[in-house]
Design a binder for this molecule. Structure first.
Ligand code: FE2
Length: 438
């Protein structure tokens, strides 16, 4: 199970083309049941209209696979600026003369046709740009699901929705802690396969002993916090967190109904399931919950060590696993709640086969997990292939999230992937687990 099976098979042009086409089918499936109106509407000031995401996926592919890799002129130079994430920030995207949904779909098709012609003619080179474009589309699919969640479209249906049937399990609350011994570990992506610049270089680091949650914090535990005055007890909140909570009158997680009995899921409201992880909480809320329990959020090094470090299989040669359960890619329905089709979180502990060597559960999938760490480059960081991917975000107020969510495509969800956002944000499918120094 934990043998030296490569997580990423060698890239060939055929595999790349198959993966690109599969990604596109998913993108179209996500919006298939959404009306033209809802594709064009700004559902939240934080998010782009869905139709912007669609055309942006095309523009990114035009730039990297047609223009930069294929050395051809951009197919639609006239659209490049409007669909460049940096030139055109989210706040203004609703006011632009965007392509309509039919035009955006046609743009996607035309760029794809040309990108495939380029692959036909010159192959995929080292495959890095193709993998980057593929993952970009996967990641925008998760962004579009965030938009769809905020849009609260009653009756939204994802084609191929899968009913989750997780194995029966002991009930966890998120408050059960596992002791992680002090000692060295390695952090970051190894040299094999694709990784983003901010995951590199892999490096050794020393960690003090600590305790970390076996699972993410559940709705039941969070409800106890809310009902116990969690949003009124000033001493549990940081100054910034309290100011944010007061200004926006925050009194419960982003998806919960006012009576605290139900939560929004994709497609409608469902009774609050006590064993599911709490989701759509900001870093501030996660931090306050942890303080209320005499705990804190884990650093991202603590998170990654708990997820990947294996001193059990061969104590003489401890090493990082690629995934908590080993080096094999996640198997659908076995290791983790990933890949969107579950349309929401599963009860914590629902995937015992996904346990890390220390016994932590659910570290990949279900919810992104806030860490206490601010986003920065590892020592020896080198921007690749462009500074705007991550370097321009270093040193700001961003906090790192780890692990991926139910809405993350399997290919993108790894133990070293680093996501980041502002501490007040709740549109991400984010929950958290707590930690404590030993
Ligand atoms: Fe993008």
């Amino acid at each position: 199970m934990n043998g030296p099976v490569a997580a990423t098979a060698p890239l060939t042009a055929t595999r790349v083309v198959d993966a690109l086409q599969e990604a596109r089918r998913r993108t179209f499936a996500l919006v298939a049941s959404v009306s033209e109106d809802d594709l064009e509407r700004v559902h939240s000031p934080l998010m782009s209209p869905l139709v912007w995401d669609l055309a942006h996926i095309a523009a990114y592919e035009d730039l990297w696979l047609v223009h930069r890799f294929g050395e051809l002129p951009l197919l639609r130079e006239d659209l490049a600026e409007m669909y460049d994430a940096f030139e055109t920030p989210r706040a203004v995207r609703g006011d632009l003369p965007l392509l309509n949904p039919a035009q955006a779909r046609a743009y996607l098709d035309e760029v794809r046709e040309r990108a495939l012609e380029v692959i036909d003619e010159r192959g995929i080179g080292d495959g890095v740009l193709h993998e980057m474009v593929l993952r970009h589309e996967h990641q925008h699919d998760e962004t579009m699901l965030q938009t769809l969640m905020l849009a609260r479209l009653d009756g939204y249906e994802l084609a191929g929705r899968r009913t989750m049937s997780p194995s029966p399990n002991p009930t966890y609350t998120g408050l059960e802690l596992i002791a992680i011994p002090a000692g060295e570990c390695t952090i970051g992506a190894d040299g094999h396969g694709f990784a983003y610049d901010n995951e590199r270089p892999r490096h050794r680091t020393d960690v003090r002993g600590y305790l970390i949650g076996r699972t993410a914090i559940t709705n039941a535990s969070y409800l106890t916090f809310v009902e116990g005055g969690g949003y009124q007890r000033r001493e549990w909140w940081s100054d910034e967190g309290w100011a944010w909570k007061e200004e926006y009158d925050i009194s419960r997680p982003g998806g919960w109904t006012a009576d605290l009995t139900a939560e929004w899921r994709l497609g409608g409201v469902e009774p609050l399931h006590p064993d599911r992880p709490v989701i759509h909480v900001s870093w501030f809320e996660a931090d306050a919950f942890a303080r209320a329990h005499g705990a804190r959020l884990p650093t991202e090094v603590e998170w990654e060590k708990a997820a990947t470090w294996d001193e059990v299989t061969d104590p003489a040669r401890p090493r990082a696993r690629r995934y908590p359960w080993g080096n094999r890619k996640p198997a659908p329905g076995q290791h983790a709640n990933l890949d969107q089709r579950g349309c929401g979180t599963a009860p914590v502990g629902a995937y015992p086969d996904g346990a890390s060597p220390y016994g932590c559960l659910g570290m990949i999938g279900d919810t992104w997990e806030w860490t206490s760490s601010k986003f920065d480059g590892y020592l020896g960081f080198a921007a690749h292939p462009y500074r705007e991917y991550s370097e321009v975000f270093f040193g700001g107020d961003y906090r790192v999230l780890r692990g991926g969510s139910w809405a993350t495509r399997t290919r993108v969800a790894t133990s070293t992937f680093r996501n980041w956002d502002y501490p007040q944000r709740r549109q991400i499918f984010a929950g958290f687990r707590i930690a404590r120094s030993a």
